[in-house]
Design a protein around this ligand. Structure first.
Ligand SMILES: Nc1ncnc2c1ncn2[C@@H]1O[C@H](COP(=O)(O)OP(=O)(O)OP(=O)(O)O)[C@@H](O)[C@H]1O
Length: 363
């Protein structure tokens, strides 16, 4: 891709400014799929765009390679303003932006090697160079043995490996992943995410992926962008957004992944007013050293009773990440002091409300 006239390397791999996209719905009312998106995707990292259905994730991804031309705004990829290019120039630039898809989009009548070769043939590569390049890519994704097979004979994970090899064939610097693991089972998902991460690290490829699963974000991404109704509602390093989600939609999205959804039996008995001899329910998130520290025994030393209600400890990148819901009992002042102390140590604490202790015991 061409650099800007200054010769200085562009600050971001992707810079979106003021992107808007409006569709007409079936009844003729306009739908703002993207509503003023400003976003910088740094070089060399993995950025995940997450959000509920209809948030605008696909529209955003398709704006980056201009498969869907925005109605307003600028799309700058690796220093080139794509909104200024005509279709032939755009087609050339798209060869340096790889893309993989939820349903793989392989050609059924071409072999694995033939599918990977296709983008090179279209790019006008000499036949002598295509064979070795395809072999190199199939080795990279672990499919050398399958070169002569047709897609129908492959598992979902193998098909996505072919998709990845095909996307990487022209040596792109940016890889777009459109719900690339949504059609795969959990174990295959983990393998494909590990492959994407390896490619990102080994080839220095910038990855931009969309997903509706926080688990995918946790496993693979460095940065996360949360979209809702065509707008960015939250963004930052994955560890920060997981440990300190600011927007209610982000919090809601994280509940399932962090294992901190409140059991229904407790949710129905939650009160905003203190309950006589009751417990205070808190949701706690802690990352890194704090998650590995004896947080709960600290509470015990302060004379606070702790009963765990829900939670999970898992890895976030190379750090431990703990999410839990706990019922605290003891004098009100002592509970407040304990919460204050945990927050001072860096824990994110949400006070959910008060419940009778028998409700906690019944969970
Ligand atoms: N071609 C289209 N015509 C009309 N409306 C569209 C079109 N494409 C998208 N939309 C609308 O734009 C909004 C954003 O859609 P988009 O597919 O970008 O969201 P998404 O976050 O990717 O959703 P999902 O997770 O369900 O795929 C939705 O309200 C959708 O109905």
């Amino acid at each position: 891709m061409t650099q800007q006239a200054t010769g200085a390397p562009p600050a971001s791999m992707v810079r979106l400014s003021g992107i808007a996209k409006i569709f007409q719905s079936k009844d003729g009312t306009p739908v703002a799929a993207l509503d003023g998106i400003d976003l910088d995707i740094p070089h060399g990292g993995i950025t995940a765009i997450v959000g509920p259905s209809g948030a605008g994730k696909s529209s955003l991804l398709r704006a980056v390679n201009m498969l869907e031309r925005p109605d307003a705004g600028r799309v700058v990829v690796d220093g080139t303003d794509l909104t200024m290019l005509d279709e032939p120039a755009l087609r050339r630039v798209r060869q340096s932006i790889g893309m993989i898809f939820q349903h793989f989009n392989l050609l059924a009548n071409r072999t694995v090697a033939g599918n990977v070769a296709l983008s090179l043939e279209l790019a006008g590569w000499n036949r002598d160079r295509i064979g070795p390049r395809v072999a190199e890519l199939l080795a990279l994704v672990g499919l050398t043995e399958k070169a002569g097979q047709y897609p129908a004979a492959l598992s979902g994970g193998q098909k996505q490996r072919v998709g990845i090899a095909r996307a990487l064939a022209p040596s792109p610097r940016l890889l777009l992943c459109d719900e690339a693991t949504s059609a795969l089972d959990p174990e295959t998902t983990r393998q494909i995410l590990a492959l994407i991460r390896r490619i990102n690290r080994e080839l220095g490829l910038t990855v931009l992926l969309i997903t509706h699963e926080m688990g995918v974000v946790r496993e693979v991404a460095d940065q996360v962008v949360v979209l809702e109704a065509g707008r960015i509602i939250e963004q930052g390093p994955v560890a920060t957004v997981f440990a300190h989600p600011r927007h209610p939609t982000t919090r809601r999205f994280l509940l399932g992944e962090t294992g901190t959804a409140l059991p229904p039996a407790l949710a129905t008995r939650l009160s905003s007013a203190p309950v006589q001899d009751g417990a205070v329910l808190i949701r706690l998130h802690a990352v890194g050293g704090l998650a590995a520290s004896p947080l709960l025994s600290d509470l015990g030393r302060m004379g606070i009773g702790v009963r765990l209600v829900a939670g999970r400890v898992q890895s976030l990148g190379d750090q431990p990440f703990a999410g839990l819901v706990a019922a605290l009992t003891g004098p009100a002042g002592g509970i407040n002091d304990a919460i204050h102390q945990l927050r001072a140590q860096g824990a994110e604490i949400e006070v959910l409300g008060h419940v009778a202790t028998d409700a906690v015991t019944a969970v």
